[in-house]
Design a protein around this ligand. Structure first.
Ligand code: CP
Length: 298
């Protein structure tokens, strides 16, 4: 596998994460016009699962960096005829693509890609990992609080099926944050420190809400959206118990009035659209790294 691939947060050291975040912050702040100083790079985006944020912020980052960006229509690719993912990516490499971004339903799909020479950037794999989402979450926290170490981060909702939960657990713990999880008993995850949501809210610097991942089989049975909101979601009453300076985050897409009161999505504490904005700078930093460029020196 190309050493500049980004597959899992678990592969990154604290230094790697900080280098990517610093580049992303510089892209956002000063280097809006920076372009890859190489021949026009050709990047293929392969999304085997629905996506708006990840897919189209990668396209935005690729085009702003001067890359040629190609969306592969995965439902029309020869995978339908039985071609393997490995053979598909080797074909793109043979056709002079320089990198691929892949979102896939299968956890750790990249294990099939040993032998591929071009960088692979993971856009999310099943309930396993979502490195660029995690990096933009970290960037948002760093902008807000200056550092990740010592932050109290409370992640609530469908923990069991969430790749965002697992990526953030790995990275936040590595960087010295205190991370805990809350939500329905049926979605507890082994190895995750679960707490009572109502007790934990007043202590949290960050309250991150997660969507119910129905596409991965999660169900609330007979419970209505409003019942879920009142029992497990971020209501206005719960938000009012957050401490001064604490922020609300959500990887989105969100379901208004299910895991979060619709009026909180754009409230003063919310950084949800800021997260989406940061997705472009993070993906620029990840693409720059994929092509072997060192972190910016400032
Ligand atoms: N947060 C996130 O991954 O959103 P998309 O599924 O729209 O890419």
């Amino acid at each position: 596998m190309n050493k500049n691939s980004l597959l899992s947060m678990k592969d990154l050291s604290a230094q790697d994460i900080n280098d990517i975040l610093n580049d992303a912050l510089l892209f956002d702040d000063r280097y809006h016009d920076w372009q890859l100083p190489v021949k026009k790079a050709l990047i293929a985006n392969l999304f085997f699962e629905a996506s708006t944020r990840t897919h189209y912020s990668f396209v935005s980052a690729e085009k702003q960096l001067g890359c040629m960006s190609v969306d592969i229509a995965t439902e029309l690719s020869s995978i339908i005829k039985g071609e393997t993912l490995y053979d598909t990516i080797r074909m793109l490499e043979s056709a002079e693509y320089d990198a691929v971004v892949i979102r896939h339903t299968q956890p750790a799909y990249w294990k099939q890609l040993e032998g591929v020479g071009i960088p692979v950037i993971n856009g999310g794999d099943g309930a396993n990992d979502h490195p660029t989402q995690c990096l933009l979450d970290l960037m948002t926290m760093k902008q807000e609080f200056g550092a990740i170490e010592g932050l109290n981060v409370l992640i609530c909702g469908d923990i069991l099926h969430s790749r965002v939960a697992s990526s953030n657990k790995a990275a936040l713990e590595l960087l010295g944050a205190d991370v805990s999880f809350a939500g329905p008993e049926m979605w507890k995850r082994e190895g995750f420190r679960h707490v009572d949501f109502d007790e934990a809210i007043p202590e949290a610097d960050v309250v991150m809400m997660l969507r119910i991942q129905r596409e991965r089989g999660a169900s609330t049975g007979e419970m209505s959206g409003n019942e879920y909101l009142q029992t497990y979601g971020l209501t206005k009453e719960r938000a009012a118990r957050m401490k001064k300076g604490a922020i609300i985050m959500h990887p989105a897409p969100f379901n208004r009035n299910v895991e979060i009161d619709g009026d909180l999505v754009e409230c003063e504490r919310s950084r949800i659209y800021k997260q989406m904005h940061n997705g472009v700078a993070v993906r620029k930093a990840v693409i720059k790294r994929a092509f072997g460029f060192k972190p910016f020196e400032v």
